[in-house]
Design a protein around this ligand. Structure first.
Ligand code: A3P
Length: 304
């Protein structure tokens, strides 16, 4: 296993904007594609919980909610490490000698909670063999695209997004890291009754955090007495998480995530896309969306 050096030992020269490589039709960072066989053969355990999202769907938010539930609402325990260490990112393969996400997971005592952005067809089969619980969060594609654009600008390990007009086409074509949003949300939606999948929506958590957190608690067989639930709602609000160094990624050096360019906790709203899309872009997006999800009963709210 790679030596797990602290992320602060990384140097700017180690971080470069990655290329994307096709893995079974899905563009993934080269470093992930290079170790694909090891990722695919990852051994899940029956008590693993897998958090799965398309990038920018509110992954960090559901991670913090899940950890708070698992720690019975104890915010001190959730401050034990940054979110990316508490919940390893399975297919992340940072520069050596840092450990990969799957190596971090392997070194972790059970019960483990893990994060992935993989489309369902690329999830290592052991998760299904072990009948693991999966929490999936989907977010409307317009806010997702805007959030991803700003994230690719500030994250120096991801491809440069170019300008917004260009990026929107790249996003619609599914030529962004982890591929097509349409394929991702749709395939996970279709599988929700086949496996133990709790399928949630960013917009619902925003509208009714209390109700959605309760849902996650039930799914994880956790009692959430009223004061605990209230504490989790407070601790996982956008305003709290923005100030929380264990959740806002400010523990990473600026040559990895340049938060002066765009903060990780950027807006945290539903409908921010209206500040970025032109009317023509919105119309074009809507028609492509209707075409790509034709026949599906999967619905999203783009405003609250
Ligand atoms: P914006 O860029 O629209 O602000 P991910 O964790 O999947 O990378 O998603 C990041 C997005 O989730 C960002 O969206 C971020 O602001 C938002 N987010 C993170 N924590 C949140 C919270 N507690 N409430 C609402 N949105 C949150």
């Amino acid at each position: 296993m790679a030596q797990d050096i602290p992320v602060s030992d990384l140097t700017p020269e180690m971080i470069t904007r990655c290329e994307l490589v096709d893995v079974q039709g899905v563009p993934l960072p080269t470093s992930t594609a290079d170790l694909w066989d090891q990722i695919w053969s990852f051994q899940a355990r029956p008590d693993d919980v897998l958090i799965c999202t398309y990038p920018k769907a509110g992954t960090t938010w559901i991670q913090e909610i899940t950890d708070m539930i698992q720690q019975d609402g104890d915010a001190q325990k959730c401050s034990r490490a940054p979110i990316y260490q508490r919940i390893p990112f399975l297919e992340l393969c940072p520069p050596r000698p840092l450990a990969t996400g799957f190596e971090e997971a392997e070194a972790m005592p059970p019960p483990r909670t893990l994060k992935t952005h993989l489309p369902i067809k690329l999830v290592p089969p052991s998760f299904w063999e072990q009948d693991c619980k999966v929490i999936y969060v989907a977010r409307n594609p317009k806010d997702t695209a805007v959030s991803y654009y700003h994230f690719q600008r500030m994250n120096r390990g991801l491809p440069d997004p170019g300008n917004w007009d260009l990026y929107l086409e790249t996003f619609l074509a599914g030529k962004v890291p982890w591929g097509s949003w349409f394929d991702h949300v749709n395939a996970w939606w279709d599988a929700r009754d086949t496996h133990r999948i709790l399928y949630l929506f960013y917009e619902d958590i925003k509208k009714d955090p209390r109700g959605e957190i309760r849902k996650v608690g039930r799914f994880l067989d956790r009692e959430l007495p009223e004061p605990v639930l209230e504490g989790i709602v407070q601790h996982t609000s956008f305003e709290s998480m923005r100030e929380n160094p264990m959740a806002n990624y400010k523990t990473l050096p600026s040559f990895i995530m340049d938060q002066a360019m765009s903060p990780f906790m950027r807006r945290g709203t539903v409908g921010d896309w209206t500040t970025q899309f032109t009317v023509a872009q919105s119309e074009r997006f809507d028609s492509e969306w209707a075409r790509r999800l034709e026949g599906s009963d999967l619905r999203f709210r783009t405003r609250l």
